[in-house]
Design a protein around this ligand. Structure first.
Ligand SMILES: Nc1ncnc2c1ncn2[C@@H]1O[C@H](COP(=O)(O)OP(=O)(O)OP(=O)(O)O)[C@@H](O)[C@H]1O
Ligand SMILES: [Mg+2]
Length: 347
């Protein structure tokens, strides 16, 4: 059980690429923290810093009270499942998993019998028993992913670091395996950092989510907090689907504002706004209610997407997307609409 604490952690490559920009983050005992952000935002670099595979430009890393910032990777007791699993193709499943233990054999005085026992135990945990003698090319993608996970777990790490571990798998398998990863990490109570650019995966796997953009943590919170109380424009638009409308504040009272976007919208804002401020209003399509309201909109297009219908509306010159369980009307018809929830952010 370990608490991971990052303090003003910064990594600059080649004196100019700021990959990780003054990151403060605490991951609690046995907690699964997802790091969610777009490609190139610094997720892998952050993970490699924690693992000791990369040296920070400044800032510090603590495991509990121990400052591990300058500790070499093999003394940190972390395990990484890299973005490409990189199994050794010439080794069997058993040897792939045993590899980390063989490296530690001397230091930890492990016997061959002990290694066998621990590999068997962890293969059982990831449900690969019986496949010990296969080589990676004889496994499916999902099985290879389990080997990569077993290889990380077999050394009994204090901190488990997963870098987009499911990115190479098809959608259905990703859903199955993310549940599996959560079950295993929770069963072993390992403090886990799980990097992904997939919002649904982050929400499904993690206890809390750190949303990252351009090297900076934008917000840390439970999935509900991230979804329902986005801290800024980036989080509001990166997480979930959204309409973005430009407008000007007409009235402001604490966090509640009325914004003129061509029609008035009631919104909440984390900023102190005043009348006249230019803002960007974010509205989730599910918060555009099509069963009545003061807004008159024309239906432009209705698309059936399986779980819901997506409707494109034109509301007095403003385009708005809505989502709902039923098609509201046919294209060309007028409907009454209410925007039930919105946020306003400074541009
Ligand atoms: N060794 C390196 N030398 C120079 N620049 C690097 C190095 N590694 C990463 N970068 C740069 O740092 C930034 C962050 O990269 P990083 O790999 O951490 O992003 P990421 O969030 O993991 O992206 P992805 O989702 O595509 O994997 C990028 O601009 C990248 O080009
Ligand atoms: Mg990456």
């Amino acid at each position: 059980m370990t608490i991971v604490r990052l303090e003003k952690l910064r990594k600059v490559f080649d004196n100019r690429v700021v990959a990780v920009d003054d990151v403060d983050l605490v991951v609690n005992h046995g907690e699964i923290m997802a790091v969610l952000g777009p490609s190139g935002c610094g997720k892998t670099t952050l993970l490699r810093l924690v693992a000791g595979l990369e040296e920070p430009t400044s800032g510090r890393i603590f495991f509990d009270d121990r400052d591990v910032t300058r500790l070499p990777t093999q003394e940190r007791n972390t395990a990484v499942v890299p973005q490409t699993w990189a199994l050794w193709p010439h080794m069997t499943v058993f040897e792939n998993v045993a590899y980390g233990l063989r490296l530690r054999k001397k230091r930890e005085r492990l016997t061959e019998g002990e290694i066998k026992r621990r590999v068997r135990e962890v293969l059982e945990l990831v449900e690969l028993t019986g496949l010990e003698e296969r080589r990676p090319f004889q496994l499916s993608g999902g099985q290879q992913q389990r080997v990569a996970l077993a290889r990380a777990l077999v050394v009994r790490p204090e901190v488990l670091l997963l870098d987009e571990p499911l990115a190479n798998l098809d959608a259905k398998l990703r859903v199955e395996l993310r549940e599996e990863v959560r079950r295993i990490a929770k069963k072993l109570s390992i403090t886990t950092i799980y990097v992904t650019h997939d919002q649904e995966e982050a929400f499904a796997v993690a206890d809390r989510v750190a949303v990252m953009n351009a090297g900076r943590i934008q917000q840390v919170g439970t999935p509900e907090e991230i979804y329902y109380k986005p801290a800024n424009f980036f989080v509001a638009t990166f997480v979930g689907r959204s309409n973005v409308l430009r407008g000007r504040v007409a009235e402001a009272k604490g966090e509640a504002v009325v914004v003129d976007v061509g029609f008035p919208v009631n919104a909440i804002s984390p900023h102190r706004l005043k009348p006249g401020d230019d803002v960007e209003v974010v509205v989730r399509p599910e918060d555009v209610y099509l069963g009545g309201g003061s807004l008159r909109c024309v239906v432009e297009e209705v698309v059936f997407l399986g779980r819901y219908y997506q409707t494109k509306l034109k509301c007095g010159g403003v385009a708005l997307k809505a989502e709902g369980p039923r098609p509201p009307a046919a294209p060309g018809e007028e409907v009454a609409v209410e925007v039930t929830k919105a946020w306003a952010f400074k541009p």
